[in-house]
Write a protein that binds this ligand. Structure first.
Ligand code: SF4
Ligand code: SF4
Length: 356
């Protein structure tokens, strides 16, 4: 009889086993760092050791051949060490300054642009999309690839007033968080219910509890249990679709893309900020999303020309004011923009039930 396979409570593996030896030796002892050129960081330790980090961008979702190519470059220049950042750019570290230029040349020759440091447009992050989530209304990684192709020069140079973090989210739940510029799916019509499937597929109480504005009610349709939506209440958030796929909300025409600006997670220089809606109803136009790219480039151009050094997007808008932002970008302004959620008590929290 085979031995029992007991679980090993190992938690997160110790990261030191994967680090280049120079990082392990100087762990917690780094004295200062600078950026000798865009895309390259130099860290110098208290004892004088130094390490160069070269940052490069990829096409985001990578096949095994691309990852092998990146590993081959790491083998050739960095003794096999490479790491992926939280935004999925890749970083190669070497203590040998003479290897930096050949490493950059090898990355550029293989099609990986070097940049994303300092006051550049950093690598664009996106939510999980089709590969890992069951509700996307667009291909967030595709939007990122199309935009990065347009913005590659802003990734490779450090010409922005401050760093620019762009995010994309493939549904309105927006698990991607806040960004200086955020590109989010925006459903504009309530879900269409396939009543024939509801009774066999959905747990109706779970779907009803999911709706943030209590717009879903149980109903009998043709004598069978189903659901109905109060379309006047529905805010088209899409939260009912994951627990009940027959409540189809994705729509090739009416699921649009919206752009939000001025968000940030960090508390550096100023407090974290929520991004706010500035462009709505853009077509979800795969595979290159040209209308989205045009608005993003317009906002970036205006920010670059007018912001003071080190102002993040939200800080710049706070200084000049939202009316001036819309004047300068010439984006159309409607009453739905720049929502402070002051009216949220009436239009969002309309139900008495709470769920955590
Ligand atoms: S943004 Fe929405 S669809 Fe995209 S991964 Fe997050 S929850 Fe899923
Ligand atoms: S889309 Fe959102 S608001 Fe509309 S019914 Fe579904 S959960 Fe409720």
């Amino acid at each position: 009889m085979s031995e029992l396979r007991r679980p090993i409570e190992c938690g997160v593996p110790d990261s030191k086993q994967f680090m280049p030896p120079v990082l392990v030796r100087n762990y917690g002892k780094w004295a200062w760092h600078d950026r000798p050129q865009p895309g390259v960081l130099r860290h110098v330790a208290e004892g004088g050791d130094q390490v160069f980090t070269v940052k490069a961008g990829t096409q985001r979702q990578m096949d095994i051949h691309t990852i092998r190519k990146l590993c081959d470059i790491a083998d050739q220049f960095c003794d096999g060490h490479v790491r992926f950042t939280i935004r999925s750019s890749v970083e190669f570290m070497t203590p040998d300054e003479s290897k930096v230029k050949p490493l950059i040349d090898a990355l550029e020759a293989a099609g990986f642009p070097v940049g994303g440091t300092g006051n550049s447009v950093g690598f664009i992050s996106h939510t999980q999309g089709w590969l890992h989530c069951d509700i996307p209304g667009t291909d967030a990684s595709g939007v990122v690839k199309a935009l990065m192709d347009e913005l590659v020069d802003e990734f490779k140079h450090e010409d922005m007033p401050n760093r620019v973090k762009i995010t994309t989210s493939c549904c309105q739940i927006n698990c991607g968080g806040q960004g200086d510029i955020a590109i989010n799916v925006q459903h504009t019509k309530p879900p269409v219910i396939n009543h024939a499937l509801v009774s066999g597929v959905c747990e109706r109480p779970a779907v009803i509890a999911r709706c943030p504005v209590a717009a879903i009610r149980p109903a009998l349709v043709d004598g069978k249990p189903s659901l109905e939506v109060d379309e006047k209440k529905c805010v088209c958030c899409g939260a009912c679709y994951p627990p009940c796929p027959p409540m189809q909300i994705n729509d090739p025409v009416n699921s649009k893309i919206a752009i939000w600006v001025g968000g940030k997670h960090s508390s550096t220089r100023s407090k974290p900020m929520f991004h706010k809606l500035v462009a709505a109803g853009l077509p979800n136009n795969a595979p290159r999303w040209p209308e989205v790219a045009e608005v993003v480039k317009l906002i970036l151009r205006t920010y670059k020309a007018d912001a003071r050094p080190w102002e993040r997007m939200g800080e710049w808008i706070e200084r000049i004011g939202w009316p001036r932002f819309f004047e300068m970008t010439q984006l159309p302004f409607t009453k739905y923009h720049v929502d402070t959620w002051r009216g949220g008590r009436a239009n969002l929290n309309a139900s008495a039930h709470l769920h955590f």
